[in-house]
Design a protein around this ligand. Structure first.
Ligand code: NAD
Ligand code: MG
Length: 390
């Protein structure tokens, strides 16, 4: 039913030029009666954000890279769209009363501060940026609780868990089972991985994603980051979070309750579905996405993750269990290592060494403040970059 009497949700897409951002705009384009686009932001893809701005007519466009300001401003000069540039502008716009829901789709640590400001300003968060919770999950969730701000996951595994939990508010979780595709190197051993190059690592079998998360999926770091994300989103102990490799990516994750019953959410791997669910929650909107056909899929398989080979996952599990600022350190070192790998500066297996050494080097803090997290991030980046001689 087209409920034209309810006002449109005003959406701010932080990271609109990325894989999640562009798919979100596709979803919104099909549901213009439900959503308006009021803020678009990007790091530096001026051509694409100008195109998006002309199509969706937001109030505000922000570009983090200040050198791109002039071109965007000029291209939008004939419109009413306001254009801002720089990191500070990104943070400030997050607090403005020009939107209702932030789709947090910036990649990496850069998404943390705008998201915190959005929560402070009482905005609903549709969270794709998992690094925000990996870096400072306790602070982010506490703030969201204080401000009564819903954080609705976009990550497919967490969306699956969230969907399984609808209607189960009083029923404790026994454990969650995060499924993992296994990435492009499932079944491979270190003697193979040592020679893996950037372009091969970017070819994920089931999902098309941004470069950073594609590499994280290839190393299984992505699943480790997701375990930490799940801990904070669903208030779990670390021993309640399991990972199961499921190469078909049809089961997006599962929840086991205290009676032993397991609920799962299934579907074809398509990020538009969890994006749409998060934006429209609690509604489910009709769409024409392809449907899963079990007569064709026929087989779903499962196996243990190989954490001896994919040691990034073992490091993330260590950070999950130890807590404190260790996940923040892990994340910072990983961002530097992935950046270096994407520029062919280090090999695939070197990424693990960089992360491991950085985790050993940066001082451990059991109960960090926000400033401690920011300092740990900076220190870890610095140390990791030194190791690589960036
Ligand atoms: P992407 O690289 O395709 O896009 C990232 C976006 O962030 C771009 O708009 C870019 O301009 C912006 N950006 C990058 N660095 C920035 C900076 N320093 N300051 C401001 N903006 C910056 O990434 P993506 O694949 O869309 O992923 C975005 C987030 O969503 C990541 O945290 C990722 O883990 C998460 N996620 C992605 C997928 C997916 O399918 N792509 C699935 C689950 C979760
Ligand atoms: Mg995921």
């Amino acid at each position: 039913m087209n409920n034209s009497s309810s006002p449109r949700k005003r959406i701010a897409i932080f990271g609109s030029t990325g894989s999640i951002g562009t798919q979100a705009l596709e979803v919104i384009d099909k549901n213009r009666d439900k959503f308006s686009v009021d803020v678009l932001t990007c790091n530096g893809n001026d051509t694409l954000i100008v195109q998006q701005a002309l199509q969706f007519q937001p109030n505000i466009v922000v570009v983090s890279n200040e050198q791109k300001y002039g071109r965007i401003k000029e291209a939008l000069a004939h419109t009413d769209i306001k254009v801002f540039a720089g990191e500070k502008a990104l943070e400030e716009v997050a607090s403005l009363d020009v939107y209702d829901v932030m789709l947090a789709a910036i990649v990496g640590y850069a998404g943390l501060k705008p998201t915190l400001n959005a929560i402070r300003a009482g905005k609903t968060i549709a969270l794709a940026n998992k690094e925000t919770l990996v870096v400072a999950g306790d602070i982010v969730m506490r703030l969201a609780y204080e401000k009564r701000v819903p954080i609705i996951p976009v990550d497919s595994e967490h969306s699956a868990i969230f969907q399984c939990l609808v209607g189960e508010i009083r029923n404790p979780i026994e454990k969650v089972i995060l499924t993992a595709s296994g990435g492009p190197f499932l079944g491979k051993k270190p003697n193979y991985l040592v020679n893996v190059k950037r372009d091969h690592a970017l070819q994920h079998p089931n999902w098309t994603m941004g470069a950073k998360i594609s590499v994280d999926s290839a190393t299984l770091m992505n699943k480790g980051l997701e375990m930490i994300e799940a801990k904070w989103l669903f208030n779990l102990r670390s021993d309640q979070i399991d990972v199961l490799v499921h190469p078909q990516s049809i089961i997006h994750s599962m929840v086991q309750f205290e009676d032993g019953s397991i609920k799962a959410q299934l579907g074809l791997p398509d990020m538009k579905l969890p994006i749409q669910y998060a934006l429209a929650f609690p509604q489910r909107l009709p769409n024409d996405f392809p449907r899963a056909d079990f007569k064709r899929i026929r087989t779903l398989t499962f196996e243990e993750p190989d954490i001896k080979t994919f040691r990034n996952l073992a490091l993330a599990i260590e950070a999950l269990h130890k807590g404190g600022n260790l996940p923040c350190i892990l994340n910072a070192a990983n961002e530097i290592a992935v950046y270096a790998f994407l520029r062919n500066r280090i090999g695939f297996l070197d990424m693990t060494d960089v992360i491991e050494q950085t985790m050993q080097k940066v001082s451990f803090l059991q109960e960090p403040s926000l400033d401690d997290y920011l300092d740990s991030d900076a220190e870890a980046r610095h140390y990791a970059a030194d190791l690589i001689k960036l």
